[in-house]
Design a binder for this molecule. Sequence first.
Ligand SMILES: Nc1ncnc2c1ncn2[C@@H]1O[C@H](COP(=O)(O)OP(=O)(O)OP(=O)(O)O)[C@@H](O)[C@H]1O
Ligand SMILES: [Mg+2]
Length: 185
Amino acid sequence: MSMRTLADHVLDIAQNAINAGATRIRLRVEETSEIFRFRVIDNGKGMDPPTLERIFDPFYTTRDKKIRRFGLGLPFLREAARMTGGDVRIQSEKEKGTQIEVLFYPAHIDCQPIGDLGSVWFSLLSYSPNIHWFISRQYQEDEYEIDSAVFAKMMRRPDDFYDPAFLRLMKESLQELEDSILGIG
Ligand SMILES: Nc1ncnc2c1ncn2[C@@H]1O[C@H](COP(=O)(O)OP(=O)(O)OP(=O)(O)O)[C@@H](O)[C@H]1O
Ligand SMILES: [Mg+2]
């Protein structure tokens, strides 16, 4: 059985937005004991209707297959969401962007574990310093927001994104936000 987590799916879908050439990406995760819902809105290249019809076909990809592409992100995601009684909804417009909304029922016995969203935020922000990210995360009654411009402003030099000390600081602040909302630490 797969050891994937819901956080891995969030990462996959956000990576699709990066791969679509987006410069602004909004990501929202809402979690209660009943639902786990996430939404990714990007201003990337979008999809035309024929592409949209094929994206849930296993192994469908428009990316270069020579470089480790499987085209399994969306089919696996939908399968995993439907197993819990949830689903995936996609709206997209060519040259405008894409919105994906995913619903899981975390109390369902077949639901994958939630996983670590703090490390997802870090992977995304550190991997794509030129993308403007707006992340909003809601857990029960609490929520926090991350605007990647805050980290861009903290940089003293353009190559700070390759500085281990800067990256550690970024990782720790993102993890602290997530831990505080979960009531850890
Ligand atoms: N946000 C998006 N914007 C534009 N096209 C998208 C977006 N998300 C998915 N697609 C299209 O759907 C295809 C299938 O996506 P999927 O995540 O299943 O596979 P992949 O990203 O190509 O490969 P892998 O996830 O294995 O790296 C992509 O190749 C792309 O053409
Ligand atoms: Mg993908």
